[in-house]
Design a protein around this ligand. Structure first.
Ligand code: DQQ
Length: 577
């Protein structure tokens, strides 16, 4: 076997950190499981800790678990290693908030304490029962390292913080057996349950059979006794284990969220799966037939890159919940790292959560639209208005007056003359590849134009979020809009993953402006293109463009002029954990 240089470096890195096995898609660094590394790295000196993204004080985090609202308080649980910066010793850590922006930490809510979770408490969801009582269903790892499903209820329903949880003595409620033929090492991450008109609960659990990804369906009359349905809710060949499935209704006509049990003529359904094989998530929009308990996607397949994704950057193991206080559905997602393990050891933490996003069906009914929860806007301060300005070809325009390392930028680009757009080569079907190939250095006619975040004084470090517009090769009046997030020059430290991301955005530049909102937060650029039609999240670790040495620019390196208008705000620091 011949190794390329980077494969060899990766292998040496993994060996040097003692990777001994691959489990649940997380590397197991056996020699780093109990190192209390964070205490030697005071947060105050860490330029990469975020100001308004959710993260614990230290250590490793991954999937968001069981988000809910109870008695006006939002809860977020998440996969957490209390002892180290690498994955392992997993418990459900717990924080609460009244506004989804400021969070207070609590003791871990679910941790290994019974046989059926003694080797780990993995991901799961919360269902609010008709009585108003929340129920946690989560995956436990039993003494035989099998994945089983457990149930827990709050100890004291009058505690709005739901600090203590009691596991039912009947656990596990769902387990692999010889009879049900479930793959015991690929049976995890139960969804929120929904109630059918026949008064039976349903939920799905991620699984695989050989290479076929499965959403195994269970039903129950009492939430305690669960029976596996003969057929999965949905499955597709070849894409492997489905982690963290999510299944929920969306309204065809209203920009509001729906309770997970909603069905009816105004409703479509969304099925999202996180692919263990590629660490990418895909969703489909389709029809759920509740009497037959099958889901049929409208079109497209979930396993290919032509499918729909919530986010084309770092974003995984996501989960939605219905916020009954504001009738909206909110999406949480884990922003996984681009730093190396040695980088994580140095900073004492790894991973964080994306800003919670409201999620609705686009009016085309062909995709979802996401937007940061409105509460985030209360952190905005010192607005810098960008009056409509012409960005001539080749120009750079510094946005002065914002704290460029912790900002919210919301701009729109207007193109008055599209005639000169380059013609799209029909072979350019892969947006990410196209973004990497052209980067910011290849000058086009219409683009690249966009924002440069985390720019150092000498312009050596920068993260570019930008558009390019092409003319469709077979129709003069149709345009293709490419959105890119180019991290290739985001850091002088080569240890970080600096992959460039990209996606096509379904907007028509002939009739609408191209909007771009970027949430910039010390080591994050979370960007929303086309008013939330596409998102790209990047983790960056600049060495020069840190804190006060960070600059922000609008740029246009294409040959044709574009107009920019909008606002940028400095962001106050949220109180997080
Ligand atoms: N993370 C959890 C699993 C899940 C995976 C373990 C996804 O339950 O499948 O920490 O990141």
């Amino acid at each position: 076997m011949i190794f390329s240089l980077w494969q060899f470096c990766l292998l040496s890195l993994l060996l040097s950190f003692g990777v001994i096995e691959l489990q649940a898609s997380h590397h197991v660094y056996s020699n780093l499981q109990t190192t209390q590394l964070a205490s030697t790295h005071p947060q105050a000196k860490d330029p990469y800790r975020t100001g308004y993204h959710f993260q614990p004080r230290k250590n490793w985090i991954n999937d968001p678990n069981g988000p809910l609202i109870y008695k006006g308080i939002y809860h977020l649980f998440y996969q957490y290693n209390p002892s180290s910066v690498v994955w392992g010793n997993i418990v459900w850590a717990h924080s609460t908030s009244t506004d989804l922006v400021n969070w207070i930490p609590h003791e871990a809510a679910i941790y290994p304490s019974i046989l059926s979770d003694i080797n780990g408490c993995w991901s799961g969801s919360v269902t609010i029962l008709p009585s108003g009582k929340p129920a946690i269903l989560y995956t436990g790892i039993n003494p035989d390292k099998e994945q089983v499903q457990n149930l827990a209820f709050p100890k004291n329903l009058s505690d709005p913080f739901l600090r203590e949880w009691v596991k039912v003595p009947q656990n596990p409620l769902m387990a692999p057996t010889q009879a049900n033929q479930i793959n015991a090492s690929s049976f995890r991450d139960p969804t929120t349950a929904w109630l059918g008109p026949d008064k039976r609960w349903r939920l799905i659990i991620g699984s695989k059979r050989n290479h076929r990804g499965l959403a195994i369906l269970y039903r129950s009359k009492d939430f305690m006794h669960w029976t596996k349905a003969k057929h999965p809710l949905y499955s597709t060949p070849k894409n492997g284990m489905w982690e963290c499935p999510d299944f929920f209704p969306v309204s065809k006509t209203k920009l509001l969220g729906l309770d997970t049990s909603a069905i009816g003529p105004d409703v479509k359904h969304v099925l999202k799966v996180s692919l263990d094989n590629t660490r990418k998530e895909y969703y489909t929009i389709g029809t759920y037939n509740v009497s037959k308990d099958i889901y049929i996607p409208d079109d497209g397949s979930i396993e290919s890159d032509s499918g729909l994704r919530y986010d084309y950057g770092k974003f995984y193991a996501s989960k939605t919940f219905f916020d009954s206080a504001k009738n909206r559905r909110i999406l949480w997602g884990w922003i996984n790292e681009s730093s190396s393990v040695s980088g994580d050891i140095k900073k004492g933490w790894s991973g964080l959560q994306a800003i919670p996003r409201t999620i609705v069906l686009d009016k085309s009914r062909k995709q979802l639209v996401q937007w940061p929860v409105v509460e985030l806007e209360k952190l905005r301060t010192n607005e810098v208005k960008l009056p409509s300005t012409l960005l001539k070809g080749g120009s750079l325009h510094e946005v002065i007056g914002v704290t460029a390392a912790q900002a919210d930028v919301d701009v729109a680009f207007e193109i008055s003359d599209l005639k000169k757009a380059e013609v799209m080569d029909p072979s350019w079907t892969n947006a990410q590849l196209l973004c990497s190939k052209k980067g910011t250095s290849v000058k086009g006619a219409l683009g690249p134009f966009g924002l440069l975040a985390f720019v150092s004084k000498d312009l050596k470090e920068k993260t570019a979020i930008f558009y390019r517009i092409f003319k469709s090769h077979n129709n003069n009046n149709k345009y293709v809009v490419l959105m890119c997030s180019d991290q290739s020059r985001s850091s002088l430290n080569p240890d970080n993953d600096m992959t460039t991301y990209g996606t096509f955005v379904n907007v028509d530049p002939l009739h609408e402006k191209l909007s771009l909102r970027s949430l910039i937060d010390h080591s994050i650029v979370e960007s929303f293109g086309g008013k939330g039609k596409e998102c790209i999240t990047a983790r960056v670790y600049p060495t020069l463009a840190v804190d006060g040495d960070t600059h922000l620019y609008a740029f246009n390196y294409g040959s044709e002029s574009v107009k920019i208008a909008g606002s940028a705000w400095s962001m106050k620091t949220a109180k997080i954990n």
